[in-house]
Design a protein around this ligand. Structure first.
Ligand code: GDP
Ligand code: IMO
Ligand code: MG
Length: 479
């Protein structure tokens, strides 16, 4: 049965507001995207730009994301909840394009409540798909099966959940409100997975037996740690009905919430998770996530039109990192990479894994700028580069056959064997974590930023000089 509130919500709404945008001041739909391989500092930039927004919307991905905000020395890590939640007066939306693990979300809500954060403004799309326990198991099973070829996913069930969505076997947030539908849908979704789940169960038993006989690989450990694969329909349904009761006050018509604000000339921020080079269509496939983290996907994942978007901000680190497997042309596997890892605290926000580190890749960044049609860039973690005598930036690749490539290769075999060619710029020694004005930055740091902006053709409007929200340097428009 649909609850009284859901029925009322669906039937008693006023007609869509007439758009006044043609004579309203340009107040944007603003999209924030990762310009590299993730963890660029999107959470911090979203928190900063949200100051002038009315709503903040996540439009893709799930709890594979980990977005950090540091305010007054207090650290917050968000996995599903938009990074605007610390403002009590702004709507924070989990859009239809997100895949949502209700158990994780409720944990995140409870955790934030305990820290005194007001959660009343959290709105969840009824159309968002649910990551079910079997998705998490299948993610792990898939990785184990791939062995050495594994992608290094976050094992949060992202891929299997998006696969079910495309197969039309997905369970959506709205299904939590109707026990009969929920039970039937779980049964139908589970049916084709029984074989894989049985295999996993056998594998687990085998691994458990082997466990006594020596050291296990970390992937095997993960299977051991995974929940019991005997997934019981009744228990799962009961559990999810309970989740539904708890989430119901937050479930809303979130596309309409965006339209109402955009049509009234208010600012809505669409907060990307993951990043351009992890995009399912445009990233380094198959070493990608299972959604589209690029700006265009904000339309589908939130239910807005392309002309609702007037600004696209890309976030990039002053160097590059990647977590998980896949090509990374500028990767440094030497002492310098280790230095960046340690100085930049490059450990995954979600999984704690070490991030691979390397030089800024301007070939890849220029590709990301164009794919997202970025209007501005935020460069974070410039402080991490201080103390290096020389800074290198990749400006082209050389293919295995010796050809020079100015643009990001679309063929994966070329990318996998491409080697970067670098330009060198003078480094800076000063600690810049206390700089707040562009003029405070050492001239070499400014030259480095100018070089990046010139190369990719987009202004750098914001520079991060430390993790805290006040450790930033704003640069004037048009700089
Ligand atoms: P996101 O996934 O893009 O939101 O990024 P993460 O939160 O996963 O990772 C970025 C990390 O860098 C977090 O620990 C941030 O607190 C930190 N950070 C963000 N901006 C800066 C900066 O300008 N300097 C330094 N040193 N750390 C930063
Ligand atoms: P935020 O939003 C960095 C990576 C995983 C793996 C690949 C596929 O914090 O920047 P998945 O679990 O999505 O199927 O894994 O994508 N990955 C991320 N890397 N930051 C993220 O999110 C990521 N989300 C997924 O490491 O290589
Ligand atoms: Mg992150």
């Amino acid at each position: 049965m649909l609850s009284a509130r859901a029925t009322e919500d669906a039937g008693m709404r006023r007609p869509y507001a007439r758009s006044t945008r043609h004579n309203a001041p340009v107040m944007p739909g603003l999209v924030i995207v990762g310009a590299q391989w993730g963890d660029e500092g999107k959470g911090k930039v979203t928190d900063l730009l949200a100051e002038r927004a009315d709503a903040i919307v996540r439009f893709q991905g799930g709890n594979n994301a980990g977005h950090t905000i540091v305010r007054d020395g207090e650290e917050f890590k968000f996995h599903l909840i938009p990074s605007g939640i610390l403002y009590p007066d702004k709507a924070c939306v989990i859009g239809n394009g997100v895949v949502l693990d209700p158990h994780i979300l409720l944990g995140e809500i409870d955790g934030l409540r305990r820290r005194g954060v007001d959660m009343n403004n959290l709105k969840i799309s009824a159309n968002a798909h649910l990551i079910m326990p079997y998705h998490v198991l299948l993610d792990t099973a898939g990785e184990v099966k791939l062995g050495k070829l594994s992608l290094g996913t976050t094992r949060r069930g992202i891929g299997p959940c998006y696969a079910d969505k495309a197969l039309r076997l997905g369970i959506r947030v709205q299904d939590l409100l109707d026990e009969k539908i929920l039970r039937a849908k779980i049964r139908t979704a589970l049916e084709p997975k029984q074989q894989a789940l049985r295999e996993l169960s056998v594998q687990r038993r085998k691994l458990r037996k082997e466990a006594g006989e020596g050291d296990r690989e970390s992937v095997e450990q993960a299977i051991e740690d995974a929940p019991d694969p005997r997934i019981d329909l009744h228990t799962m349904t009961e559990e999810h009905i309970n989740y539904g009761h708890r989430l119901e006050p937050h479930i809303a018509d979130t596309a309409r919430l965006c339209w109402d604000r955009l049509d009234a000339g208010k600012t809505v921020i669409f907060e990307g998770a993951q990043a351009t080079l992890l995009d399912l269509d445009h990233g380094t496939y198959p070493f990608v996530t299972s959604s589209n983290p690029i700006a265009g996907a904000a339309c589908v994942g939130a239910g807005i039109g392309p002309t609702d978007i007037s600004e696209v901000w890309g976030v990039a680190k002053a160097y590059a990192t990647r977590v998980g497997a896949g090509p990374f042309p500028t990767e440094l596997t030497d002492e310098l990479g280790r230095h960046m890892l340690e100085k930049g605290h490059e450990y995954g926000t979600t999984t704690g894994r070490e991030r691979r580190c390397g030089w800024m890749d301007l070939v890849a960044l220029r590709y990301a700028v164009r794919l997202n049609r970025m209007s501005s860039l935020a460069i974070t973690k410039l402080d991490v580069l201080s103390g290096l005598e020389t800074l290198r930036v990749a400006v082209r690749y050389r293919s295995r056959e010796g050809a020079l490539l100015d643009s990001f290769p679309y063929h994966q075999s070329i990318l996998h064997s491409a080697t970067p060619e670098y330009d060198e710029l003078p480094g800076f020694d000063e600690d810049i974590t206390a700089c707040r004005d562009e003029a405070d930055l050492p001239p070499q740091a400014r030259a480095y930023l100018d070089y990046i902006a010139d190369f990719v053709g987009v202004p750098i409007r914001l520079v991060g000089v430390g993790p805290s929200r006040d450790q930033i340097v704003w640069r004037p428009e048009g700089a």
